[in-house]
Design a protein around this ligand. Sequence first.
Ligand SMILES: [Zn+2]
Length: 351
Amino acid sequence: MPTSDSRGVGEFTRNIPTLPKAHLHLHFTGSMTVGLLKRMSAEHNIRLNKELLDSQPLRVPADRRGWFRFQRLYDMARRCVQTEQDMRAIVDEAARIDASEGSRILEIQVTPDSYAKIMGGLTPALEVILDEARLASARYDIAVGVIVAAARTHHPLEAKTLARLAAQYVGDTPGTVVGFGLSNDERSGNTADFFPAFRIAAKAGLPLMPHAGELLGPEHVDEIVENVHPARIGHGVRAVEDPEVLRRVVQNKITLEVCPASNVGLGVYASKDQVPLRKLFDSGAHIALGADDPLLFGERLERQYADAREIHGFDDAQLATLARYSIEGSVMAQRYRHTALLQVDEWIKSR
Ligand SMILES: [Zn+2]
């Protein structure tokens, strides 16, 4: 068992972008670069708030007002997405950048309701994302799957509709729906109201990966573990506050999609060094680092691994373990995971 202070004592020299990994927590709209957003806003003649353009990481307090500021900027970015080409450009860019940072697998999360209007319905909105995920996978040599996520701020009946839609595209290969999630402000809505949607998705064979344990504490993680039986939890970082909840997460091998930049951006922790990455790791929790919404939090996946090294003292062997956790936490077909795991072995053997 690792000790409570298992800071790496090995090497800290290998190149992080070449470490093969899986990116399991990235939202469609939030994945955009400022450059792509600027291009769309210019094309559609939409004025953007300067907070979206300055490339500075967003910092809001972890309260309702803080979330409101985050959501307002997010909605503004979403309004710039007006055509099928825009939607394809987002998926293309996310796949391209992730591949350049060493992701072998990307599971991108989308709430298609947001784009149903511009695409003439939920089905075409999802289909264009799936199609581009398939094309971008081939283009950049990365396996891109899609997670359909319902929003907690919408009516639970909408979540059921989305689960039924997702069920029609279930798969484990690029360009298919590989999972079902629940996103948006964790404090909004009642999680139990979404259980029927989770049941529909699970019955269709979709692994579940709802957000929990970022803005709410371990009791919400516990509720999800107990009732939803998730494959992964979006964030889950605050499971650390209750040893019993954390023990259950570890025992059930539920991967936690930990997104440090998001935790700090949303005010859950005051600074990066306070994100309990080391404590979670030492507890045996399987952690998949994620970037969540780089557009707003100002950092992509590579930086999360670099911070694990530079701030939390993860040596190369421990970074390789994080990468393995991310790959093993993917719900894409075994052949993609197997190849990526072999590549991690190669990375750690390399000098
Ligand atoms: Zn998220």
